[in-house]
Design a protein around this ligand. Structure first.
Ligand code: TYD
Length: 176
């Protein structure tokens, strides 16, 4: 499994192939073109560098619909007060697009398209991970006080989840 680190733990060699600037996402139509349930490869999931307005009084980063990320934002949620050793995720979404940011602290996200796995370490609030539909994710290694923020392309629907890995795999191979 390949590991991708960002923020303070950049590892040269694997950095370039994972990192995309926001203009790259604007040009990419592949993620927008695919719809609910369609198989989307792990390669569509990317680290995206967001705009950063540097200021001695405090930096500022912003995200706009269909600009820095390839979907319209319908929902924002955040995970916080995560106890040491906790593991989150453990599911895939049928049609939901997500963009996950470590607003504070750090954590690891392992993505799995049923064939390949990639591990990302999120540690900065000016980067995020775009997660396309039909990707199993596990999130762990939360640092103390970390906050995970997720921008999502649709409102919460339990119907959109695969909670069992075998259900995800069955659907993933049926769609391939
Ligand atoms: P879940 O998506 O499984 O969290 P995670 O992937 O971070 O482990 O959601 C946990 C619980 O919260 C589950 O009962 C559904 C509920 N939930 C909502 O009600 N609304 C939401 O927007 C989200 C993301 C979850």
């Amino acid at each position: 499994m390949k590991s991708i680190f960002i923020g303070e733990n950049v590892q040269s060699g694997i950095w370039d192939d994972a990192k995309v600037k926001c203009f790259y996402v604007n040009q990419s139509q592949s993620s927008k073109a695919k719809s609910d349930g369609a198989f989307m490869p792990l390669e569509d999931c990317k680290l995206i560098e967001l705009p950063k307005i540097n200021d001695p009084q405090g930096n500022l980063t912003f995200v706009e619909n269909n600009s820095q990320i390839p979907f319209e934002i319908q929902r924002v949620y955040y995970v916080y007060d995560v106890p040491g050793g906790a593991e989150r995720g453990g599911h895939a979404h049928k049609g939901l697009h997500q963009f996950i940011v470590a607003m504070s602290g750090s954590f690891d996200i392992t993505l799995d398209d049923g064939q390949n796995k990639r591990k990302f370490h999120l540690a900065r609030s000016y980067y995020g991970l775009y997660v396309c539909p039909m990707i199993w994710r596990e999130i762990d290694n939360f640092s103390s006080g970390s906050v995970l923020m997720c921008l999502a392309s649709n409102k919460y629907s339990e119907e959109d989840y695969y909670r069992k890995y075998e259900d995800f795999m069955r659907a993933r191979w049926a769609a391939a």
